[in-house]
Design a protein around this ligand. Sequence first.
Ligand SMILES: [Zn+2]
Length: 622
Amino acid sequence: MLRRRTFLGSSLAAPALAACATAPAPAVHQPLPHDPHSHARPGEARVTHVSLDLAADFDRKALSGTATLSIEARAGAREIVLDSDGLIVKSARTNLGDTTFEFGSRDEQLGQALTIAIGPGVTALTIAYETRPGAGALQWLEPAQTASGQRFLFSQGQAILTRTWIPTQDSPGIRQTYDARIVVPEGLKAVMSAEMLTPDGEAAEGGRAFRFRMDNPIPPYLIAIAIGDLVYRGVGPRTGVYAEPSVIERAAYECADMERMLRAAEAMYGRYRWGRYDVLVLPPSFPYGGMENPRLTFLTPTFLAGDRSLVSLIAHELAHSWSGNLVTNALWADSWLNEGFTSYIEGRIVEALYGGENAAMQFALAWADIQKAIAAGPPDDTRLHLTGERSADDGVSAIVYDKGALFLRTMERELGRTRLDAYLRSYFDRHAFQPMTTQWFLEDVRARVVRGGPALEASLQLDTWAYEPGLPSNAVEPRAEAFERVAAHAAGFNAGGPASAIPWASWGTFERQRFLQTLPRELQAARLAELESALGLNGTGNAEVLFDWLSLAIANRAEASMPAVTDFLTWQGRGKFVRPLYRALMEQGEWGQAHARRIYAMARQGYHPIVQTAVDGIVTAA
Ligand SMILES: [Zn+2]
């Protein structure tokens, strides 16, 4: 399925493109379902390859240049429909000459259809364009927002933001190979979710040019770019880390186990198909924990705990190399196929490297999150396959991630690990580089595993898991023995025992989280202060533990923890931490609301637009 392509640095290379475009399209075993989050009509004409030639202008906050698209059209097709959102298109031409284009009306969520006229013999389109400063996928950081004091750009395409920087068909079922030439200011380096062809860059007008190539067809949300003062450190034969110079030592230390993780995943699910696995540690405004951009996972710096205690995040992103990047949800309503599978595989990698008890604790924490989501629910939000009109980002994480993973753990229990592993390995092989839907997955399980057996059909409860709210009757609460010891210590503390009796130093991240999460939400001020001084909670370097502690402190209006809350909310902008802490502050009446407004006034400019929008809705809606 791999397709070699001549690199096209210039939009004038139409003859080479025409030759390339005769290569077969990625095999799709069934017609693509209609994607309500894209304007594309791939049944008429579809993009198979994107070739970017762009320059980054930090003063204007714009990427500008050309995108040359290889296309395959049905006989008689008169036009191709692309997705776009805010792009300034200057011209469009085909391999045969100039052509016309028009924008459709703008939809708040989906942007605009960009329809380009084509005819017989058209195999390539070159679109000259630039992005707007507010492009949703692109975050342009000022020097003060980075560790190195240099400017920085990074993209976040998932779910439907790639259309804000590339005019293409932005639907996860429409896989595309890509290549790129990116010109950046002197002194900065560009990296992408692709093979790096020019590690040192090449002289170019206006700076240095970096070239990239991704020969595996990927969903367009995985096309990703970052530009900054970046250095690289290898940590294994296929693995390494990019980061700003002052962060690289800590980052490389934290990522030491990546090669072992890769081997553990390969042993279960088959060959890693992407060549290298590198990670990029981003400045603290990155709104997510990680983004599984192929060959180059983007990571939050909040996982740098100093003691490798948060590396399950890397296991998660690396697991996406199979679930998500190799076999991909065709529609965002099925994002559990990406995230639920990945959370399950993450647990298996954690188990392989750090032992079964660690994996069990992680699943037990997830179980608590599922219960919370079901209790908070509307029931419709607790289905794996989302129904009704939804935005592309509407999945509830405890459902798509944790309930999804629990589904696979239930399959493992019913089938046995050997049988499930063999099935999953063949699933990834047979559907490699293809889109997947819930319906196709269930058909596949029935054809390959159930094979008409009524007992297995009944015990798996496949349809109930996939389509019904809540949890099916065969869901079993995961048990972690370590958590029984944690519960005993929590009970001792709640009964008035001293905080010094808590064996904090011997606990890992999961036990510490469990302890803090299960304490009563209301504690006497003196008990809270005792806990803090015995365990050093305000100063913990582990962001997950700190988050659980600060949530408890805010619930108790603990003024002594407000410097730590202020610091945590201003140094990083990860949505998972930032949103709930502002929400918790706003729930604490005038006291908390004043703190929330004070902190947000300082912190807002450092957050990603996605997080700004979310927190705007929390802090101003008093
Ligand atoms: Zn994920």
